[in-house]
Design a binder for this molecule. Structure first.
Ligand code: 5GP
Ligand code: MG
Length: 203
């Protein structure tokens, strides 16, 4: 059997925004994000500082749109975690690419994430933060929640601020990529299967 890697395939066949149907339009996303920001402003009313930790790369657009509606002093930090590799299924393993963070002792921390799927990434990251810092409050703001896809093996945890619940489909756009592409779209769409490289055994 031959190996299929994304780099072996003609990119023109993979990348086609004309066949994408918006799942959430730019307007729907922006309206919901403003409402989420209003909830966050209410919850943190009066705090001297909110430390936002944005999980890259997927959350860059959501973070940048959300924080412009927040009205408390915000300290914005970034970490980079990877779990999907180049495919459309979680690898079941979180790869910490960059976890550089300042001291978070006694801080109010809000993790900002694009999408929760199995829950592995956020479970790993919250556990990591709590093991290193005595955080005052730790909450989660997640734009898209694939509720049905949560792994049974991961202890349940609440998502404090959710944008939308979504079906168990592979989504692209608004920060979410396939093989590094589509992140720049201002809307979210389902990626049709014929625009992906079929997963084949590597031998
Ligand atoms: P989890 O660890 O909860 O299974 O997955 C979370 C991470 O997987 C997200 O941060 C995101 O990077 C990636 N992910 C999950 N679902 C999707 C999806 O539908 N599309 C894309 N592009 N990435 C996803
Ligand atoms: Mg992500």
């Amino acid at each position: 059997m031959t190996m299929t890697a994304i780099t072996d395939t003609d990119p023109a066949k993979l990348y086609n925004i004309d066949t994408l149907e918006p799942y959430f339009t730019e307007g729907q996303l922006q309206e919901r994000i403003q409402a989420m920001a209003a909830d966050i402003n209410k919850r943190y009313a009066g705090v001297d500082r909110l430390v936002i930790i944005s999980i890259l790369k997927g959350s860059f657009m959501f973070t940048s749109d959300l924080v412009r509606h927040l009205d408390m002093p915000c300290q914005i930090e970034f970490v980079r975690l990877a779990s999907y590799g180049a495919g459309t299924k979680s690898t079941g393993e979180v790869k910490p690419v960059d976890l550089t963070l300042p001291d978070l002792n006694d801080k109010n921390v809000l993790i900002v994430e694009d999408i929760i799927d199995t829950g592995l990434t956020l479970h790993f990251f919250m556990h990591y933060l709590k093991s290193l810092h005595k955080i005052r409050t730790l909450r989660l703001a997640v734009l898209l929640d694939k509720k049905e896809a949560r792994s049974e093996e991961i202890p349940k945890f609440p998502v404090d601020f959710v944008g939308f619940e979504v079906a168990n489909e592979f989504l692209v756009g608004y920060g979410l990529d396939y093989a590094g592409l589509y992140r720049n779209l201002p809307y979210v769409a389902i990626l049709p299967e014929d625009q992906t490289v079929p997963a084949t055994p590597t031998q």
